[in-house]
Design a protein around this ligand. Structure first.
Ligand code: F6P
Length: 343
């Protein structure tokens, strides 16, 4: 069999571990040949690829961050228009099964291809953990670890200066990183996209905490968190590739507002892409490896149009149609667990 593999969307720790596992399983277990397409779907649109071997270089990929294939975000409309070209490239290269590794956009494109009869097995990735039908995606644990360590460090300096510290973490549409890093680091409040916040309520909580003699206030803010419309107006940051409104600098803007409303010293830290860089945690290496092995097994079982997924402790297959219907957002009950520690 000839297997094609690509990584699409934002990069994420563990992508290389999946590639390594795909190559090793496909070549070692089944004697397949493997073609890696460069820079996500662009590689298929432009027929740019590399032959992947089960060699030393591949073996060393396990701990490397990023993706050795390169990645890119491709506008979904461009992709739809390019489906025939993608099919042509697959045919020209004799690809029997394609394994796209990616998030919402990449898996949606994989689903379109599957509907067109292309043999596809998807692998979900994202630090945001917002892909539906899988308990977790690799990359999330690494990002969470980085964010938690950073917030742990902010406690001591915030305490020394009796400051309010706002920490912005990634999560455009879902607040998993914010919620979990807030819980793990003992933050005093967490703001996520699923729960519009009221600036007066944030200020009231800050005031109450200081009045009760506490020394500092740490609030984790997901980048996609937004205020209730009557509470504060955010400056827009444009439109993302899915056509969603994008706000930038929410923590910075909230910090200015808190200082203005209650005259308390605020400092803001934006963690940004540091959350996505570097070596994956052991948990992510293991999950990525299991996803890669199982994607190749699924390809050989002819289980096309599916995505590998973690359910409990087991890897299973779910239809791409189900996995791409909606994003997995933080449910109210999970937010309520964290809210018990606010203030
Ligand atoms: O989708 C993952 C993600 O890390 C988001 O949390 C974040 O908003 C986005 O990627 C950043 O993307 P880019 O690398 O294009 O700036």
């Amino acid at each position: 069999m000839r297997i094609g593999v690509l990584t699409g969307g934002g990069d994420c720790p563990g992508l290389n571990a999946v590639i390594r596992a795909v190559v090793r399983t496909a070549n070692g277990r089944y004697g397949d040949s493997i073609v890696g397409f460069n820079d996500g779907w662009r590689g298929l649109l432009e027929d740019r690829k590399v032959q992947l071997q089960n060699d030393d270089r591949n073996d060393r990929l396990l701990t490397k961050g990023g993706t050795m294939l390169g990645t890119a975000r491709t506008n979904p409309e461009k992709l739809r228009a390019g489906i025939d070209q993608i099919k042509q490239t697959l045919d020209d290269n004799g690809i029997d099964v394609l394994i796209p590794i990616g998030g919402e956009g990449t898996l949606t494109a994989a689903h379109w291809l599957a509907e067109e009869g292309v043999a596809v097995v998807g692998v979900p990735k994202t630090i945001d953990n917002d892909i539906d039908c899988t308990d977790v995606t690799f990359g999330f644990d690494t990002a969470l670890t980085i964010a938690t360590e950073a917030i742990d460090r902010l406690h001591s300096t915030a305490e020394s200066h009796q400051r309010v510290m706002l920490v912005e973490v990634m999560g455009r549409h879902a607040g998993w990183i914010a919620l979990h890093s807030g819980l793990a680091s003992g933050a005093h409040m967490t703001l996520i996209p699923e729960q519009p916040f009221d600036v007066d309520e944030v200020c009231a909580l800050v005031k109450k905490r200081f009045q009760s003699g506490m020394s500092h206030f740490i609030c984790v803010v997901a980048e996609g968190a937004h205020p209730a419309p009557e509470s504060m107006t955010l400056r827009e940051g444009g439109i993302d590739e899915f056509g969603h409104e994008r706000f930038t600098g929410v923590a910075q803007q909230l910090g200015v507002e808190i200082e203005r409303r209650i005259n308390k010293e605020v400092r803001t830290t934006v963690l940004g892409h540091v959350q996505r860089g570097g070596t994956p945690t052991p948990f992510d290496r293991v999950l990525a490896t299991r996803f890669g092995v199982n994607a190749v097994d699924a390809a050989h079982a002819g289980a096309f149009g599916n995505m590998v997924s973690l359910r409990g402790t087991e890897i299973s297959l779910v239809p791409l149609a189900d996995a791409t219907r909606q994003l997995k957002r933080v449910p109210q009950s999970r937010y309520d667990d964290a809210a018990a520690f606010f203030g």
